[in-house]
Design a protein around this ligand. Structure first.
Ligand code: IMP
Length: 179
């Protein structure tokens, strides 16, 4: 069973639901006079995006992009656009949904790209924040939970594509990823 691989749970499903409600309410207030495009970064943002949008009580549109910078547990330092947007975002208010802001490189690139595509505003909602690893001076506008400098998995976050389907955020047993 997947749960047998988990050393400890950092953020429970109940906490994620409560926080999603809070952020959803904030977004509903902040974007009351516009129709934001909510862009999920595949694949890690999918569970959080699905939870969050239930609590956004204004009109919004959904889009997805796929960018990649990681293989295993360490950054390769480069961000690749794997799947671009299907529609125009010119003059639109965009909210990027991310699973975690780690070094900040992905967000920097994605924000740059979205502005170059003509977005009016770009804000970021991230389930997790790992500030201790930041290389680029960038912050999410809506943050769920700050996590310590540990490799976390679950609720969208993977280790070699596994564990995304766990309904909570946890830390993997070390013997599973350390040699
Ligand atoms: P950044 O560009 O370093 O901020 O990394 C962003 C991406 O790296 C995230 O969207 C995740 O997919 C991945 N990532 C960073 N830290 C972790 C982690 O602790 N567990 C799983 N994935 C992570």
């Amino acid at each position: 069973m997947l749960a047998d691989d988990i050393k400890k749970i950092l953020v429970s499903q109940q906490e994620i639901i409560a926080k999603s409600k809070e952020i959803g309410k904030q977004i509903s207030n902040d974007y009351a006079s516009t129709v934001p495009i909510i862009i999920g970064l595949l694949k890690g943002s999918v569970p959080f995006m699905a939870e969050l949008i239930k609590y956004i009580e204004i009109d919004c549109e959904l889009e997805f992009m796929d960018v990649s910078s990681y293989s295993g547990t360490e950054s390769m330092g480069d961000v690749r656009i794997i799947k671009d947007l299907d529609r125009s975002i010119v003059d639109r208010d965009v909210i990027v949904v991310e699973d975690i802001v780690d070094t900040g490189k992905t967000l920097e690139k994605v924000k740059e790209l979205l502005y170059s595509k003509g977005a009016a505003t770009v804000k970021v909602a991230s389930l997790l924040d790992k500030p201790s690893r930041r290389i680029v001076d960038i912050e999410a506008d809506y943050v769920g939970f700050v996590v310590p400098d540990e490799f976390v998995i679950g609720f969208g976050l993977d280790f070699n594509q596994k564990y995304r389907n766990l309904p909570y955020v946890g830390v993997l047993k070390e013997e599973l990823y350390k040699e």
